[in-house]
Design a binder for this molecule. Structure first.
Ligand SMILES: Nc1ncnc2c1ncn2[C@@H]1O[C@H](COP(=O)(O)OP(=O)(O)OP(=O)(O)O)[C@@H](O)[C@H]1O
Length: 246
């Protein structure tokens, strides 16, 4: 295990990683798309996965969650091997994934969508979700199909928080959203971070990612090719922009 390059404010250097991914290779049929990915997330840390379309970020999230089974390597969470667990048991350990598609059920109301997963001890209540995003309370009886992209993203995030996860996996939460909504979601993630939640954030929006993340893993063609700490971002901004440019 490599030592973390930087420790978040509330983690000590001696703390073990919450999540560790070692030598992850993943496949879609004959297509080998992840090539020996290594990464870790410390307790309370926000880590971003950045890179161009098709670089392997979503596949990494799916591999961690056990949604993509065709993979090799080692994934540990809280020191326990979760590599072989089915996705429902991975989720039960405290990992929660918000997919890029958001998966809001269009025929159910906002409240029904929100309350679909059972609340677990330590998880968010409906009231807390409505306090975080009051617009969801206003739209409580509206069907999911009538929500804007931003409202869907808010709903998708607070819905998974009902299970009280320890690690949140967010796939492009800012994609296609107006700046004011991106700001609102960023504020909420800052609050979650202050409460000690760990996050893996897949992003192409560098401004959003650098506002939130303690470290950034750069993906190119299924490889992690660089790792940039928050305190290095200014000096390395040109490199980061180059990695993301098409
Ligand atoms: N279901 C699938 N079947 C076959 N190949 C896939 C599938 N999903 C993704 N891929 C391929 O795997 C590679 C990695 O894709 P992945 O979605 O992980 O990239 P990404 O970095 O998340 O980019 P994006 O932002 O476009 O989702 C790409 O070459 C992509 O075409």
């Amino acid at each position: 295990m490599t030592a973390p390059a930087v420790s978040p404010a509330h983690a000590t250097p001696q703390t073990a990683p919450l999540l560790e991914v070692r030598d992850l290779n993943a496949y879609y049929g004959q297509s080998h798309v992840l090539h020996g990915v290594n990464l870790h997330v410390m307790p309370g840390e926000v880590v971003s996965l950045i890179g161009r379309n098709g670089a392997g970020k979503t596949t990494t999230l799916k591999s961690i969650m056990g949604v993509l089974r065709s993979r090799t390597g080692h994934i540990t969470f809280g020191g326990q091997d979760i590599t072989r667990l089915p996705s429902n048991r991975v989720a039960a350990r405290g990992l929660a994934w918000v997919p890029e598609e958001r998966a809001i059920l269009s025929s159910l109301t906002v409240r029904e969508n929100l309350e679909l997963p059972p609340a677990r001890p330590g998880g968010w209540s409906t009231e807390r979700a409505f306090e975080a995003f009051p617009v969801l309370r206003e739209r409580g009886q509206h069907p999911g199909s009538k929500l804007s992209g931003g409202e869907q993203q808010m709903l998708a995030i607070v819905r998974v928080l009902r299970s009280g996860p320890k690690l949140l996996l967010l796939d492009e939460p800012s994609e296609g959203l107006a700046p004011v909504i991106v700001q609102r979601i960023g504020d909420m993630l800052q609050t979650l971070r202050r409460e000690g939640l760990s996050v893996i954030l897949v992003e192409q929006n560098l401004k959003f990612a650098t506002r939130l993340a303690d470290r950034h893993y750069v993906f190119v063609d299924g490889h992690v090719v660089d790792e940039v700490r928050a305190d290095e971002v200014e000096a390395r901004r040109a490199d980061l922009l180059r990695y993301l440019s098409v």
